[in-house]
Ligand binder design. Sequence first.
Ligand code: GLC
Length: 557
Amino acid sequence: MTQELTSPSPAPQAPGTGRGPGWWRDAVIYQVYVRSFADSDGDGIGDLRGARERLPYLKDLGVDAVWLTPFYASPQADGGYDVADYRAVDPLFGTLQDADDLIRTAHDLGLRVIVDIVPNHTSDRHPWFQDPELSRQRYLFRPGKGESGELPPNDWESVFGGPAWTRTDRGDWYLHLFAPEQPDLNWDNPEVHTEFEAIMRFWLDLGVDGFRVDVAHGMIKAPGLPDIGHGAQAQLIGAQVLPFFDQDGVHAIHRAWRRLLDGYGDAHGRQVIGVAEAWAPTAERLALYVRPDELHQAFNFQFLNAPWQSDALRSVIDASLAATASVGAPTTWVLSNHDVVRHTTRLGGSLARARAATLLMLALPGSAYLYQGEELGLPEVTDLPDEVRQDPAFFRGGRATGAAGPGTDTESAPDGVAAAGGQDGFRDGCRVPLPWSGALPPYGFGPGGSWLPQPADWGGLTVAAQTGDPASTLELYRAALDLRRRLPGLGDGPMTWAPAPDGVLAFTRPGLLCTVNTLGHDVGLPAPGTPLLSSAPVTVDDATGRLPGDSCTWWAI
Ligand code: GLC
């Protein structure tokens, strides 16, 4: 099933090669959720050609790299996170040639490309799982409990709801931490290690600059697969170490991958990276994934989950910076992705807060990930009819986040933050195809329709409508990314808190002071300099700056 390139050619060189200080340390990386980004062929599903055609837009936006969500051959039981062939492109998204073309075009534009790798589980249609003998060595099969093995081997629950075990026709059970169509691999089997290293080399040979490692905290399970003795386990994810998540054994895998990535990079004069999607209970445990001999980055979901309160934000920023500094890694900030409620909606349905949160994030030291559409200020879509829903968790009555962080189920999440404001906690509402132009759906998404319906009132939110409007969210992102490139030291450099009134954060970066007013009303303070960029109009009178409610301002100092 592996596809061939029609014109194999040497992998294109990524922009800026060699080990150097590490391009990822302050990179802004844009997540392309391929099926919802741009559709080139009119089937209503975004594809690689569509993404390639829009790369100049991303270059113009000012990002450094793109991360493409899985486009591999897959039955699409979980939006492509159920991979049947890791070396083939699903016809829904194009061909291997299209992937090659996209990587080349990105590099020609000076953009790097990161692809997803899904090592915790495969699709149940993967040839390994289809083979009765192989499957029992390479996946986690166990006999059931009860008189005739009719009960699951332990009490583990799937992140998507229901038991984490499914019984086969042969009477034994296999583990799936996600959907039954996503059986968990047996990482005690060396052949699994060998295969994933080969898959990485395959994509590195095609020119990619790194991997976003899906469920990077999941591959190793506690010996003996012990019971948890607690229901509603998804609520515990990211709050404590579980026998199936954040086991210490996963770090040996990440160390091996770092050796592979560095060895490959050195041999080819490139810097190739791994970024962990890991849900760990504390900033300290998360930092273990980015020790110098492990992955380069790990998404900071504690920041994503922080409420819009100055004290909470400050303590999560401090904890994150301290933890990553202790291992010499940069912090990797993120506010939205394809698994959580978009931050415009999550932060109280307030575009003002979302814009302020973004400016805050982009002023912090380290790297930042943007999720497609946040630069347009898109809200979560909260009125999707049942018949269009696709999130497997919706059908299993489970949790909202595949990432399995501290859930997006507003009722039951430990802090309910990631879920706040969503339709019902499921993930389709953040995956609605992007509006590019025009007054009516599909708003230039493609020549056909769109796989999820777009709201009728998105005409004013399109890229075309916002371009050139200085008050638009798109132009705010462009200006912030432009300044970030032009101000030396704004990426990976020192940060110092400055005095500020209650409810306000202030900190300095090289050449800049950032203020964040988390209150719903104006706050006055001695103007710390000249406003450079603000998420809302800021005024300075007689040396007093007035910060609008829910705003962030960058001041030249
Ligand atoms: C990750 C992905 C999510 C997916 C899950 C299972 O959390 O981000 O979308 O459902 O892994 O692969």
